[in-house]
Design a binder for this molecule. Structure first.
Ligand code: FES
Length: 234
C-alpha cells in the first residue's frame, strides 16, 4: 500500500462528511482511509448499543491484514485529552464515541513484539472483568509477555515490557442510527513493520499480497471468542 495515496489530516480540526455519518473525531494526526462501516458477520450495520461489554470484537481496518479491537468500555468512561506518544511522535487521545463515549478502537497488535489475534490463538484480549496481570477490570492484556494497556486511556501502557500505546483507530458514530464506521488510523510505519515481520503468515492466510487489500466500504466485527480458537487468560 502506497501511503502517498492517503491524506494526512489533523483529526481535531474539523467535522468532515463521512458517507452520511456524523463524525466525532479524536485529536492527533491520523492517516485517513476510505471509511468502512462496521457490520456484524451477516453484513448488517453494527449498532453501538449492540456491542458486548464483556469482550473485544475484532475487525480488519484499513487493510485486510490489520486486526483491530472494538471495545465497549461499559461503565468505565474514557478519559479524554490524554497526551500519548508512539514511535512516530506525540498525539492527544480524546476518548471514545457513541453513547457516553464508551466505544473505542485500537489496532490489535501488541507494541512489544507484535503479537496479534490469529484464528488459532490470540494472546491479546480485552479483560473486561480483570485478570491475573491486569491489576483491575477493563484492561487489554497481552499474555505473550504480560503487557497491559488501558483502553479507557488511549490504550496507554499500564505495565509490562511494552513501551508504546496500542495504535488508535478513528471511529465515527451516527447518533440517529447508532451506526459506526472507521476512517483513520495512526502509525502506518508500525503496520509496515508488522507486515514485514509476518509476511509469510499473512500471505498464507490472505493469499499473496492479500493482506494489503483495502477492506472496502464495510468491515465485519467478530467477537474475539469466535475469531480465535484459543484465547488464554492471564
Ligand atoms: S508481544 Fe505482547 S507483551 Fe510481548
Amino acid at each position: 500500500m502506497d501511503r502517498r495515496g492517503f491524506v494526512k489530516i489533523c483529526a481535531g480540526s474539523a467535522a468532515l462528511a463521512l458517507g452520511g455519518l456524523g463524525r466525532e473525531v479524536l485529536a492527533g494526526d491520523y492517516e485517513t482511509f476510505p471509511p468502512a462501516r462496521l457490520t456484524d458477520r451477516q453484513g448488517n450495520p453494527l449498532k453501538a448499543g449492540a456491542i458486548p461489554a464483556g469482550e473485544a470484537m475484532v475487525f480488519s481496518y484499513p487493510l485486510a491484514g490489520v486486526p483491530c479491537f472494538l471495545v465497549n468500555l461499559g461503565e468505565r468512561p474514557a478519559s479524554a485529552g490524554i497526551a500519548l506518544k508512539n514511535d512516530e511522535g506525540g498525539y492527544t487521545w480524546t476518548g471514545g464515541v457513541g453513547p457516553g463515549g464508551r466505544i473505542v478502537a485500537f489496532v490489535a497488535i501488541c507494541t512489544h513484539q507484535l503479537s496479534y489475534p490469529q484464528p488459532e490463538i490470540s494472546y491479546l484480549r480485552y479483560a473486561a472483568a480483570g485478570s491475573e496481570i491486569a491489576g483491575g477490570p477493563g484492561k487489554i492484556v497481552c499474555c505473550a509477555h504480560a503487557s497491559v494497556f488501558d483502553p479507557a486511556a488511549g490504550a496507554q501502557v499500564v505495565s509490562g515490557p511494552a513501551t508504546m500505546p496500542l495504535l488508535p483507530v478513528r471511529l465515527a458514530h451516527d447518533a440517529s442510527t447508532d451506526e459506526l464506521a472507521a476512517d483513520g488510523i495512526m502509525g502506518m510505519a508500525f503496520i509496515q513493520r508488522f507486515f514485514k515481520t509476518y509476511r509469510a503468515d499473512l500471505n498464507r492466510r490472505y493469499g499473496p499480497g492479500g493482506y494489503r487489500r483495502e477492506v472496502g466500504k464495510a468491515t465485519a466485527c467478530v467477537p474475539l471468542s469466535q475469531y480465535s480458537g484459543i484465547v488464554p487468560a492471564c
